[in-house]
Design a protein around this ligand. Sequence first.
Ligand code: ATP
Ligand code: MG
Length: 608
Amino acid sequence: MKFSQTFIPTLREVPADAVIASHVLMLRAAMMRKLSNGLFAYLPLGLRSFRKVEQIIREEMDAIGALEIKPPVVVPGEIWKESGRWDTMGEAMLRVKNRLGADFVVSPTAEEAFTALVRDELSSYRQLPLTLYQINTKYRDEIRPRYGVMRGREFTMKDAYSFHTNEQSLDEVYQAMGRAYRRIFKRCGLTVIPVKADTGAMGGTGSEEFMVESEIGDNTLILCKGCDYAANVEKATCQRDFTLRTVDEARSRAATTPPIEKIETPSVRTIEELCSFLKTDATKFIKTLIYRALNVELDLSNAPGCAHLQPHQAAPDAPKTYPEAFFAVAIRGDLDVNETKLAAVLKASEVQLASDGDVERLTDAPVGFAGPVGLTKVPVVIDESVTDMPDAITGALAKDLHYAHVAYGRDFTAWLVADVRTVKAGDCCVQCGGTLYEKKGNELGHIFKLGYKYTVSMHVTYLDEAGKSQIPLMGCYGIGVDRTLASIIEEHHDDDGIIWPMSVAPYHVIIVPIKYDGQVQTITDELAANLEKVGIEVLVDDRDERPGVKFKDADLIGIPLRVVVGEKNLPRVEVKIRGEKENRLLAFEEAQSFLIDYVRSELARLAN
Ligand code: ATP
Ligand code: MG
């Protein structure tokens, strides 16, 4: 391909709103342009790399027997109502009405579409297991699209869905996906950290996310210095630094605790203020927070303060959910509640701190004086840590009052005891007792055992060997193509531009003739033709530009191999590997075989 005949409008300046390297370089190297917030157009150069990432993903999916299909992106709202997610997906889902007033959804993900498709075709156990996938457009109306294609509104995802007759079969495909993902990222030249992930309200049985380390990552990863423990903080657990006690054990332990006592704490609200006021430390406090939970799937019919709540059922067989419910969550004062762990425990789609008004209404006190003792208007959820606090201080549900000598089991009980703490650097590993540390990460892919979530709500059945109707199990597996591409640039660049791994480079070789005419032109064209003949992708910078400009652009767009053809060196040419300092002055034939060998060995290295 000739530079003059393609469209690579590189930029000298750093674009104003781009802050991370991949965003800057994708714009400067003319890989893409922004059309609107979160909406990007790939230009020819960017699309070549994009297609290569897609193709690597496709090959690895095909290799494990997943079958590619091409469903529509716009799907009927009906199937989202069946699964119950019409109500729970919220604002991120773009909904449209057609001319007849029927609801449609621009797919943010495709569990519903694949489940509906399989439902109509599945009759016998002989058709299972079945794994289908697409590499297709998704739309999510992200509140804050940022970092270029890392978090766009429209993006491309490879999403696969598998259907099974039993757990073992689901696990086999889940494991095969995990291995395929590791190969995909390796072939893309990426270093990924697989971590245990939240299985959320879906109540799935297994979930792994593939993260890249990143300063701008939205995820906190908890890793162990001593072993291979790696988890998203949303899922991470740690060794208990307390003894978990039953309510009876806690009550008998409280026999020696002085009686509960009200203490005046004028104008003291935060834990820090309380600590200095009472001259003690945070571990002595029971911190109580009021949460509003949405779409709660737990049965609340017997929960304190919930008798008036009406569960909602999207479809006859869909799970009953409470659109909104409030909970008090108590935890040892030095710890923090992890909202994702809490949402998973409550089987809620989302939890958020209650508004001041709701806190006042539910605790009969201003914000800052909540506590589990005497709280009747909401169910009390306590973190496990609170079961081992025989003599604690907590809010007394009245302005400027706290209780001292509070004991679980004696002065209050809980509706639910759960592990909802946020694990932090310095906590001890559940697997080996080693010290945990934190890293920031960006999620590139996610594999997930969904269980029966969609197949039950959407009535998928098949007949087993005995002719009995059964419901299949399901798994889902996603990779963001755009985010993967951007992450490759994050990992492979320098001050001058991108340094593409060979597997995803838009071209393998760039030939830069100092001046594209005469003997130089002949040599350039011959080399390009010979390389292209054996499948090597060549970009020839035939522009009438100063050599310095061409060299800068070659570095910026990051083609792995550069050949400079100049009159003064003929018949030799200069070969340089992007990212290395050294220039090799080689005879034509030598250069040609060096380039072919190098491209092939790099592709092989990344693939194995
Ligand atoms: P995140 O937490 O980053 O929003 P997610 O958990 O919502 O991601 P999934 O639903 O698991 O993402 O989607 C699978 C993959 O799709 C992600 O791992 C990511 O690579 C990609 N992805 C998700 N949202 C976006 C987006 N807004 N822009 C680009 N890629 C995205
Ligand atoms: Mg995810």
